[in-house]
Write a protein that binds this ligand. Structure first.
Ligand code: FMN
Length: 194
């Protein structure tokens, strides 16, 4: 196994893995755990990585509780582990929710009608109910909603979450010795004891 030998190569390796996660839904880093400052955490689909800016993009319903949590405190922790590669990425960053603008429109335009259908949910995500519910209108449970309805009823609930990463703690497990490094946006990157 060849492993990155420089701190620059550590960042490149982490970004390669995250990009693969965004591209391939079977990749181990497709579903990172995203933690907010209220000590809550949830699985989210990693949608895109910007290598230059070192940012990640996720999608969410604007009514989800994490949106209000992030407005009060934008700190985010992220965790991704590739079991086969034996690489863990522990990341910290600042979250920004956007519901309007070029990037939001592009993300919406690139989504399938089935993906957009989630945003027709009649109830806010995480709201309490007396019985199990799919939180989808009954007439679209088995079918793809038409684009006009999605534009009229779903688009307003759609938001992107951009995370500007401040730190990536890269950890590679190996029986002949682990390797670990911390990339920092402020330039104070360093090797760490595993
Ligand atoms: C495999 C999987 C993927 C998920 N992807 C997303 C996602 O991309 N965006 C999202 O907002 N919630 C996603 N969820 C749901 C969240 O984990 C969470 O339950 C929901 O967003 C409400 O979170 P909140 O109450 O913390 O706001 C996913 C759940 C699972 C199990």
């Amino acid at each position: 196994m060849t492993r990155p030998d420089t701190l620059e190569a550590i960042l490149a390796d982490a970004l390669d893995r995250l990009e693969a996660g965004a591209r391939d839904r079977r990749h181990a880093m497709h579903l990172p755990i995203v933690a907010t400052a209220d000590a809550d955490a949830r699985v989210m689909v990693l949608r895109a990585v910007d290598r230059e800016a070192v940012t990640l993009r996720f999608h969410t319903d604007v009514r989800a509780p994490k949106v209000a949590v992030l407005a009060a405190d934008p700190r985010i922790g992220l965790l991704a582990y590739d079991r086969e590669a034996k690489v863990q990425l522990r990341m910290r960053g600042t979250g920004m929710i956007a519901t309007q603008g070029e990037e939001v429109e592009a993300a919406w335009a690139a989504s399938s009608n089935f993906a957009r259908r989630c945003y027709l949910a009649p109830h806010p995500p995480s709201s309490a109910h007396p019985a199990p519910l799919p939180n989808l209108p009954a007439d679209v449970r088995e079918t793809e909603p038409d684009p006009a309805r999605l534009a009229a009823q779903a688009r307003d609930q759609f938001a992107i979450l951009k995370v500007e990463l401040e730190e990536i703690d890269w950890f590679s497990l190996a029986h002949d010795g682990h390797r670990r490094a911390l990339w920092r946006r402020d330039g104070r990157s360093t090797w760490l004891a595993p």
